[in-house]
Design a protein around this ligand. Sequence first.
Ligand SMILES: [Fe+2]
Ligand SMILES: [Fe+2]
Length: 231
Amino acid sequence: MFSRSLTEDEARRIKLIESFVRNKHKESDSHDFSHVLEVTQYAIKIASRTTESVDPFILICGALLHDIGKTNLTFKSMHGLIGSAIAEEFLDALGYSDPYLKPVRDAICRIVARHTPTTMVPPETAEEKIVFDADCLDRLGVIGVLRGFIGKSGSISEILEDKMKTRIRDYDKLHFEESKEIGSKLNEETLSFVEYIRKELEVRKASIEELELDEALGKKKLESGTDEDFD
Ligand SMILES: [Fe+2]
Ligand SMILES: [Fe+2]
């Protein structure tokens, strides 16, 4: 649950941060602004359902800024830490280097750094865990699976197997029962969608294992055991 309501001034600052993030994400592929918005909406949903006390300003700013490090495409696996540094710089420019506001800035930057396992530092506060969960939730479901294909190299089945392993772990890594409730339908959707594609790939693989030339040779398809037709 939210510990308090947002003030008018905080709502205005959130709008400023939102337009900064929207602008920076406009050239992102799989992590475009729609992902940021989805994660922020999930974060608000989890926070309003959980019994933990959650600061709305810290949570919403952390969710909006969580992938800001992904707008720098060079070091994707470091995007939590890079994003945290970008967020700090930006928040300082908005006046958050003031000693009174610094703890708020630091709490937001910690969310950005710890939202991803690639940083290798687990989330600790309620706000950090919620944004982590919200990010996992947006990886589930059909759209989440499709987003996982963007920018990846390798065959469809290789990417799918890789995504499948990650998606199962994603659901198991959720911190809150409320997150699991929100994500259970999406998780089922993921599992059946991946299973469907897996089967289609199996059929495709079986049909392309051998080049069939019968039709091109003008021959009718032979039933098995009628080898004499070839004599
Ligand atoms: Fe991320
Ligand atoms: Fe994300």
